[in-house]
Design a protein around this ligand. Structure first.
Ligand code: CMP
Length: 136
């Protein structure tokens, strides 16, 4: 049985700043993801705080929100079989220092904050995150 899902992906400011967006998008395409929707935006700190609300009690919340709002980002809806899990596998561990060879964060990430990409961690959160950026 097929299980086509959608997930939200963000190419973060560190990667956009280094002009890596086309290279990263090609990685998604090579790995059988379709980019269904895409836009380049620069969000406010307030929007970043709303987006990362699940992390509001964490010690890194303030830095995280400053960072995501520090420059342009690319937000995308990706679709494929088991998209949520497959995107997380492709991204690798949150901390690039711990990410496996061949993963996006290993290849492009600089630090745990500047880890180049975000991906939804569950189907439920994917729906919320897609709706956050793409309210039709
Ligand atoms: P992301 O997948 O976008 O979700 C939350 C982000 O918080 C995460 O990637 C990291 O970039 C950032 N972050 C910073 N410090 C930590 C930490 N100690 N644990 C997890 N995430 C962290």
């Amino acid at each position: 049985m097929s299980n086509i899902e959608q997930t939200l992906s963000i190419i973060k400011p560190d990667a956009v700043e280094r002009n890596l967006q086309d290279e990263i998008k090609n990685e998604f395409i090579k790995n059988k993801f379709s980019i269904i929707k895409e836009k380049k935006i620069h969000i406010s700190k307030n929007e970043a705080e709303q987006f990362y609300k699940v992390h509001q009690t964490k010690p890194f919340y303030n830095d995280l929100c400053n960072y995501l709002s520090s420059g342009p980002i690319i937000v995308m809806v990706l679709e494929r079989e088991n998209a949520v899990l497959e995107n997380r596998k492709l991204m690798g561990a949150t901390n690039p220092a711990e990410a496996n060879e061949g993963t996006l964060r290993k290849k492009y990430g600089i630090s745990i904050d500047k880890n180049s990409v975000h991906g939804s961690d569950s189907v439920e959160n994917a729906k919320l995150e897609i709706n956050f950026f793409f309210k039709d």
